[in-house]
Design a protein around this ligand. Structure first.
Ligand code: AOF
Ligand code: ZN
Length: 315
């Protein structure tokens, strides 16, 4: 198999950790000996142990090829450097998808491996690796997490305000997709208005994903009753995001009513906009979700059908 094919396996491992390894990036690692996968690992929930450490435990990787989706770390952080553990394992080569922008690493991991005489190939499937950890990369660069805003609207662009429970305009497959989006977020932001109108649970109820629920942050001043693991915050949205970045949040999902959603857009804080659109019109039973011209600065990146609904992803 080619470098790309083994790297794809490592990338798929990494993908499973999106939204659940903060403050760390999610990394996948595959150890290959004579074309056979000996072992694999991915960054554990909460960020530790690191992928390479898990993959290299209890195996003999002498002469092996190690595929890793992010440059192995070189620093003594909360765990010893992965580059050191790799050097001790004496592999023949290490294949890396992308470098680690964390200033404590930033090329040093690759240098350590090369200085130890290990062949290192970089840039294999780099684009996909950058996409998987886009939240981590943005936070390291700007201090602010990557923000995805999800909106479920009717064919005529409206939402129906709840009367004590969520009114779903979209179908069941789309609802499952929303749960997947939640599982890939470290933090879910909503507004007090949504809590009061819909009484949503905002947790993960899809089989297998239950323990990937994001931390819920409710923005706004109204008095609400907070569920366990929910926090309420007030103040400027940018400052709230900066605080989240400082405390290690990589990926934020905004799932809110129209007022808060439009405020995030107006403040230029949305990196990705996911619109799930039902084929039904709400007409006089709904209200416009997006403010006039709110979507002007976004461009459509992909469009796909999901059951009876349509998912449009904008950047
Ligand atoms: C790796 N493999 O699986 C991950 C890495 O605080 P620590 O010791 O856990 O170090 C965190 C940093 O390590 C993090 O900022 C990033 O640079 C890197 N993450 N590195 O070799 C992994 N998750
Ligand atoms: Zn490491």
């Amino acid at each position: 198999m080619s470098h790309e094919k083994f790297m794809q396996i490592a990338l798929n491992l990494a993908r499973r950790g999106i939204g659940n390894t903060g403050p760390n990036p999610t990394v996948g690692c595959v150890v290959v000996q004579d074309g056979v996968i000996l072992s694999q690992g991915r960054t554990a929930k909460g960020g530790r142990p690191h992928a390479e450490s898990i993959a290299l435990d209890n195996i003999n990787a002498k002469g092996a090829s190690i595929y890793v989706t992010l440059e192995p770390c070189s620093h003594h952080g909360k765990t010893p450097p992965c580059a050191e553990k790799i050097i001790k394992a004496k592999p023949a080569e290490v294949v890396v998808a992308c470098t680690d922008p964390d200033p404590r690493v930033n090329g040093n991991g690759i240098k350590m491996l090369r200085d130890a005489g290990i062949k290192v190939t970089t840039g294999i499937s780099e684009k996909e690796a950058l996409q998987i950890n886009r939240g981590f990369f943005k936070r390291i660069k700007t201090g602010i997490p990557f923000v995805t805003l999800k909106a479920a609207i009717s064919a005529d662009g409206k939402f129906a305000a709840g009367q004590g429970k969520p009114v779903w305009v979209t179908g069941e497959l789309a609802r499952n997709y929303v749960h997947l989006l939640r599982s890939r977020a470290d933090v879910l932001i909503t507004g007090t208005g949504t809590i009061l109108a819909d009484k949503p649970q905002l947790n993960l109820r899809l089989a297998g994903l239950e323990d990937t629920s994001p931390q819920v942050i409710v923005v706004g001043k109204s008095k609400i009753s907070l569920q366990k693991n929910w926090l309420q915050k007030t103040g400027a949205l940018k400052a709230i995001l900066q605080d989240l970045g400082t405390s290690g949040t990589n990926n934020v999902l905004v799932e809110s009513g129209s007022t808060l959603a439009n405020a995030f857009i107006k403040a230029g804080l949305v990196d990705e906009l996911i619109i799930i659109q039902s084929p039904k019109n709400l007409g006089k039973y709904g209200q416009d979700y997006f403010a006039k011209n709110a979507l002007d600065s976004f461009h459509l990146k992909s469009e796909q059908e999901i059951g009876i609904d349509k998912i449009c992803i904008y950047e």
